[in-house]
Design a protein around this ligand. Structure first.
Ligand code: DGT
Ligand code: CA
Ligand code: CA
Ligand code: ZN
Length: 585
């Protein structure tokens, strides 16, 4: 099949910048472990940050002169960028890797592990990877090193579990980008129809083990062949009559199954999983005297359905189960009794209530954010920049807060067709008080209160701290309520049931933060919240206009939590939202 490598995967083309930014940060980390000059280290860190934020691909720069205009890029780094564009690698980095292997560098992702700590383990304990690392942590003599105590080691040991799962699972954002591009490419292969994502990604799990894609064709083998010939395939694991399996960037596996149109429904049902859900489905089939597999539903040798997934559920006496619910968490029973929830959909979302602008640490202006939201057909957006305690995030003091308010109101007048709310993501300080006084807070249209520091508190302390914010009359919602960072940081010890109870009592909403690193509340917590009648707000926490598209991940998480449109505040029309907000005055 003729492929079109030139137009292949546009996001991969744009990723030169992120590739280089990644290499620079890895160089900085390696130099750090080697104990090199801090200025050199900072130079790489800064260059990495600046490159990752460029609006255009460095490949499209006219040459070295233009590259050197990027802040932090001098003669040497410009050469390295050009070297990467020309050869796909940077020799200096390749040489560094001989000394500091990637298996060592990636240990920096373990919570509590910094370059200093790693440097000790590397230099004095000869640690090169996770195996050596775990051994060294159990070595008594590690406790003799200055600055390393038992508490620190225990903390790190806790971080190891989360790290281990993160190395063999891919975050939903990356998986979704890769999968969507591959779906488009498979659609371009002649003879394919109904190409679709299956597996855990179709169920919108927050991380995926691998990507599964299903397509149908009369002649399956050539499709598999075309797939395994894709330019993004770094390695081909399998290439058969109906199944191809490739490795793309970062070791991510993509499985493609090509089935006959008459088997499509059975295949997509089977390969969407989850395994637990399918076990239940199979049991029901056999109770009815049927047999089900990835080719169809059979009565004896006779195939009674295969083409339509919906009809397969129907023949088993089940309503169609949305993929997000297929986890054996009660969906089978609900489907039998026609009691499945009517899940919220992306198109129900009318606005975004947690976003940042250049006033704090965002990269887009208020105006840019508003225009981008309008393009999504939203009716409103709240710009909720950080408050003063979030120093690294350039949080606003009261003076700047009111300057921002003035400007925001000007822009709101200027732009038609979207309401811009003056908001704040206000820090909940360690003592449970907020960063602004009530006199200030009451001047704001929308207030989301979040914890950004002092995560390591005992359960009763942190729970009380957040509930204090819930009680504040000017707070509308709690942002990323558990503070977890997927694959990086455990949630704080907050007692989610108590928090939900308090939110209910005081009529406050809880956020599902759609940032793919957070997805917080997570699915099960969202489900608990709505069961208790607590309202949800699905927000993106955007720091630039492109992040507004994270909404789909929040909606996916909400759907996994059985959430319906009526549970979610930002499905309200502007008019209804204003009424809800007025209730706080
Ligand atoms: P992942 O990739 O770990 O995030 O999770 P899934 O759910 O995508 O799992 P995966 O890729 O191993 O398989 C895709 C689907 O195929 C899975 O959700 C259900 C189905 N499947 C795979 N192997 C089996 C099996 O041994 N038994 C059953 N019943 N279903 C299976
Ligand atoms: Ca999978
Ligand atoms: Ca798979
Ligand atoms: Zn935040």
């Amino acid at each position: 099949m003729p492929m079109k490598p030139k137009q292949l995967l546009s996001f991969l083309k744009m990723s030169t910048n992120s590739d280089i930014a990644n290499i620079f940060i890895q160089i900085a980390d390696s130099l750090n472990i080697l104990g090199e000059n801090v200025f050199k280290i900072r130079a790489y860190q800064k260059a990495s940050k600046n490159i990752s934020e460029l609006p255009k691909d460095v490949k499209n720069y006219s040459g070295k002169d233009e590259l050197q205009k990027i802040p932090g890029i001098g003669n040497d780094l410009a050469d390295k960028i050009i070297e990467f564009i020309d050869t796909g690698e940077i020799k200096y980095f390749e040489d560094l890797k001989e000394k500091i292997p990637l298996s060592l560098l990636e240990l920096l992702r373990i919570q509590g592990v910094g370059p200093k700590f790693l440097s000790v383990l590397f230099n004095e304990f000869d640690v090169k990877d996770i195996t050596g690392f775990e051994k060294a942590l159990d070595d008594e003599s590690l406790l003799e090193v200055k600055g390393i105590g038992k508490k620190k080691i225990d903390e790190i040991k806790k971080g190891i579990d989360i790290f281990k799962t993160s190395i063999d699972r891919t975050g939903i954002n990356k998986a979704y980008e890769i999968a969507s591009s591959i779906v488009k490419e498979v659609e371009n292969i002649k003879g394919t129809k109904n190409t679709q994502i299956a597996g855990s990604l179709r169920r919108w799990r927050e991380t995926v083990g691998d990507i599964d894609i299903i397509t149908s064709a009369e002649d399956t083998k050539p499709v598999v062949k075309a797939f395994t010939n894709f330019e993004i395939a770094k390695e081909v694991l399998a290439s058969g009559d109906t199944k191809g399996s490739i490795i793309v960037e970062d070791g991510i596996q993509v499985d493609l199954r090509v089935v006959k149109p008459g088997e499509y429904g059975a295949a997509i049902q089977y390969f969407s999983g989850s395994k637990l859900h399918n076990v239940r489905v199979r049991t029901i089939a056999s109770k009815l005297g049927y047999k089900i597999n990835e080719y169809g539903l059979y009565e004896g040798d006779k195939k009674i359905e295969g083409k339509s997934e919906e009809k397969i559920y129907g023949k088993l006496g089940l309503d169609f189960v949305p993929p997000e619910l297929r986890e054996d968490r009660g969906e089978i029973e609900a489907a039998q009794e026609s009691k499945l929830p009517k899940l919220i959909q992306q198109k129900d979302i009318k606005g975004d209530l947690h976003t940042h602008s250049t006033w704090s640490d965002g990269k887009s202006t208020i105006e840019e954010m508003a225009l981008a939201a309008k393009k999504l057909s939203y009716e409103y957006i709240a710009i909720t920049d950080h408050s003063i305690s979030s120093r690294i995030a350039n949080g606003l003091n009261e003076k700047r807060l009111f300057e921002k308010k003035k400007e925001l109101e000007k822009i709101d007048k200027k732009i038609d067709g979207i309401k811009i709310f003056m908001g704040s993501e206000v820090d909940i300080k360690s003592d449970g008080t907020l960063d602004y006084s009530n006199d200030v807070l009451k001047e704001l249209d929308f207030v989301v209160a979040s914890v950004h520091s002092g995560f390591k508190m005992e359960t009763h302390e942190i729970t009380e701290r957040i509930i204090n914010a819930v009680k504040n009359p000017y707070v509308h919602a709690i942002g990323h309520p558990t503070g977890r960072l997927i694959g990086e940081r455990e949630p704080y010890n907050v007692d989610i049931d108590k928090l939900i109870e308090a939110a209910k009592k005081y009529g406050k909403a809880l956020e599902i933060n759609s940032s793919p690193k957070r997805l917080d509340l997570k699915d099960l917590h969202a489900r608990k919240a709505i069961q208790k009648g607590v309202k949800i707000i699905i927000s993106t926490d955007s720091h630039r206009t492109e992040h507004l598209s994270f909404m789909k991940f929040g909606v996916g998480t909400a759907r996994r939590g059985w959430t319906q449109k009526s549970d979610v505040i930002n499905t309200y029309s502007l008019k209804k939202l204003i009424k809800w907000l007025d209730g706080f005055k």
